[in-house]
Design a protein around this ligand. Structure first.
Ligand SMILES: Cc1ncc(COP(=O)(O)O)c(C=O)c1O
Length: 314
């Protein structure tokens, strides 16, 4: 069963789940014409507060996606932030939340983009979502036979729902073959990312991750981890292309993303990664990431946006 919640924010207001609908003739339905963000809010039990992680960065990337798509968003960043807060408050969540603001083309002419020719709407879906169980155990991955969509076709830099058609092929294939999330190569045959997260590996004590020009989403978690490895753990991070066979000799490998968080990969194509257990630099980063996301590290409180403030849920 798909997850549900009591309320959705849609086109300017909070509405009951069942009333959050678009017409079947909308461009978002017929041609997948929408862009979105996948964001998390972390529950801090001592403070009875939910903290949105890196709100500003997600809004910036949403604007980047809408710019490339030539979409006119009818709301300011402050209004969108208030929408996130309103929908989470309405659902009275008191645990980790995953939410998805979506900017979509509604009813109008095929391939239209001008506001006078097509309606541009926004909705925000929010769900209670605990950590994936696999962040403790790790996942067994494989190299997909499907290539990541390329910048000159359907750019990964645009976080468009339609890109996840490519993700679907790769995910279904990997599942059918008994694997967790796969690693996708780009058109040039270098490592890109997974269907829904970025990729990092450790070799000889250094963290290596593909550059933002490798047909990947410009991931917020990826940049967060690069900064934290350098600034807090004193680990060198190198952004460069990764060959397929490097996956088979890496000491540690993991996925990172708002949804995936820091997800260890313990095997690739049946080669054990390191000793086949969650690696030490992966584990250290998981612990640090969650401490920061839950508001327990004063230095990084500015990465967080509180949801409840003085309106705490009872
Ligand atoms: C295809 C893809 N790559 C990478 C990521 C990671 O991006 P972020 O860290 O901004 O969530 C995501 C989403 O989580 C994604 O869907």
């Amino acid at each position: 069963m798909a997850s549900t919640a009591d309320f959705v924010w849609m086109d300017g207001k909070v509405v009951p789940w069942k009333e959050a609908t678009v017409h079947v003739s909308a461009e978002t339905v017929l041609r997948g014409a929408n862009v979105f963000e996948g964001m998390r809010a972390y529950w801090n039990d001592e403070e009875k507060e939910l903290y949105i992680f890196k709100n500003r960065e997600h809004l910036r990337r949403l604007r980047q996606s809408t710019r490339i798509m030539r979409m006119s968003v009818p709301y300011s960043d402050d209004e969108l932030t208030q929408a996130f807060i309103d929908v989470i408050r309405a659902n009275r969540f008191t645990e980790g939340v995953h939410f998805r603001p979506v900017v979509y083309f509604g009813e109008g002419e095929a391939y239209a983009w001008k506001p006078e020719e097509i309606r541009t709407g926004v909705f925000v879906l929010a769900y209670a979502r605990p950590h994936l169980a696999s962040i403790a155990t790790g996942v067994k991955s494989c190299v997909s036979t499907w290539r990541r969509n390329s910048d000159n076709a359907t750019p990964s830099r645009v976080k468009a729902a339609a890109n996840y058609h490519n993700s679907r092929f790769a995910t279904v294939e990997a599942k059918m073959n008994g694997f967790g999330p796969p690693i996708m190569l780009n058109d040039r045959g270098e490592v890109a990312e997974s269907p829904g997260a970025c990729f990092m590996m450790v070799r000889d004590g250094r963290v290596i991750t593909p550059p933002v020009t490798a047909d990947i989403l410009e991931s917020i978690t990826r940049q967060t981890l690069i900064d934290l490895y350098r600034d807090e753990l004193g680990v060198e991070v190198i952004e460069r292309d990764i060959d397929r066979t490097e996956l088979y000799v890496a000491d540690e490998t993991f996925f990172c993303g708002s949804g995936a968080e820091v997800q260890p990969i313990t095997a690739v194509d049946h080669y054990a990664v390191g000793d086949g257990k969650v690696g030490p630099l992966t584990k250290k980063m998981q612990d640090l990431y969650f401490e920061i996301a839950k508001g327990k590290v004063a230095k990084y409180r500015h990465w967080l946006t509180p949801v409840y403030g003085n309106q705490k849920p009872r």
